[in-house]
Design a protein. Sequence first.
Length: 565
Amino acid sequence: MTVPQTVCDSTSSVQSHPAPSSESALRLAVDIRTLPWVRRLAADYAFDFERVHPFFSGNPFDPSSWSAAIAAVEAAERPRAAIRSMLRAQHERRGAPAEALAAVERLGDPQTVAIVTGQQAGLFGGPLFTILKALTAIRLAARVAREHDVTVVPVFWVDAEDHDWAEVRSCDVFDAELAVRRLEAAAPDGAGQRSIGSLTWTDAIAGTVDELAAVLPETEFSGWVQELMAAAYAPGRSVADSFARLLDRTLGPLGLVVFDSSDPDAKPFVADVFAQELLHPGRTSLLAARAGAELVTAGYHMQVTPNADAVALFDVEAGRRLLRVREGGFAVDDEAPVAAAALVDRARRAPQSFSPNVLLRPIVQDTIFPTVSYVAGPNELAYLAQLRGVYDAFGVPMPLMYPRATATLLDAAGMRFLSKYPVAFETLQPQNEHALNELLRTLLPPAVERTIDEARREIRARMDAVIEAMPAVDPTLEGRARSVLGRMEHELSSLESKVLQAAKRRDETLRRQYLHVQAQAFPDGHPQERTVGFVAFLNRYGPALVSRLLEELPLDGGTHWVLTI
């Protein structure tokens, strides 16, 4: 079994009940294989990489893979000075901190490599996993630099060319009662039709910032959070720019380079990628579909199902429209086909009029950046597994894929509860009290449970003897006897339930503690990191959130960490 290598020693539990980390009483380890939302591909990637090796370029938990990946990226030519200038202009426009600008300068060095991650530009920074991705990239960059004596820059790719407004328009936070409250921004002009990066906030965004401040619990950091959000999410700014400014302010001091992918000045660097996609129509879709079929044959799932006639490009000259192969050329919707040569020429002359789809975006990313590793979430791992052949076709080195950190943040009371009682973390997800009932059962005085079990066995034994004797007296009475047994067992179970209810009443404090942990860990039944915006945790913990997560999160792809800050 392949075991993930970590930056620091840590406890990796293979049981469902969280195990305290040997390093910190503030951290509990949960094996990701016990979590119902983790699919087999992600589990095998962390614990049995050989099973998935054919779909990836190398094993990120094997040091030799890093040496090969670094060499491949350093050997690939790219216009470093021009890319650096484009990135510098982006960061200066946003007023990024000096540490981020210094990192941009390092990317101009031909020997520098990058650890890249990315996410859509979610409202107020998006869910908690956004910052977990970024911190994984930052920490991984530091480790690779140290272990391989190479300059490494962490990069966050803001996916600003998507047009799915519904994915980014809202942010869920905890209120003072730990209820989930949804904040939703008013739709800018063009929302749903134009790319996220081209959407501009109206004056209504200031009201959404005020609503956020009203919903979040009052803490010593509330004023700081409101100032932070108001500075980033201001009328006239683009949706993507606001997101990037927030990352600059919170993570830029750690040397994170934040790239807005909607920048038209970046498109000339990938004009040849767009042209190649048009010169080989359908190749990307075919290669991804073949890999997807191989994944299914291997017992995994196909994350992306490409259409055979789809080109992995959108034409954004007049809206964001998918290109399809038709009659020897290309067409959008029901429009007349355009000759292939004409579109290839436009891709070279005006690359800003095109945008990559999900299959081509990683190729674009790793053409611009010297990406030695991409920090991926579990769903991203699944679709990236379909792209090894696509990378080869474009002659772009496929980076190592590193699983992002996965975590749940609890307050001190919640951590004490999980540390004290034998409650499996994943059993908190169902929105019921089943796990609480099981806990109460274990806490009952042994004599109560023992005597109820003894009574159940005694009743069964006595009634079995009666049932066995019935046919000799009157065969029709056997069914009646069984019914009596059923009623007796039902009454005994009812008594047992009443005992549990009495235990609940007796220890209402325990029930409140259970519900308190459940509300934090699985708001509305969903994993916290996928639901609650990281702004809620900035409001609770302040600037220390980033530094503490950086300290407490090991680079361990097989563990979900339950933390208290």
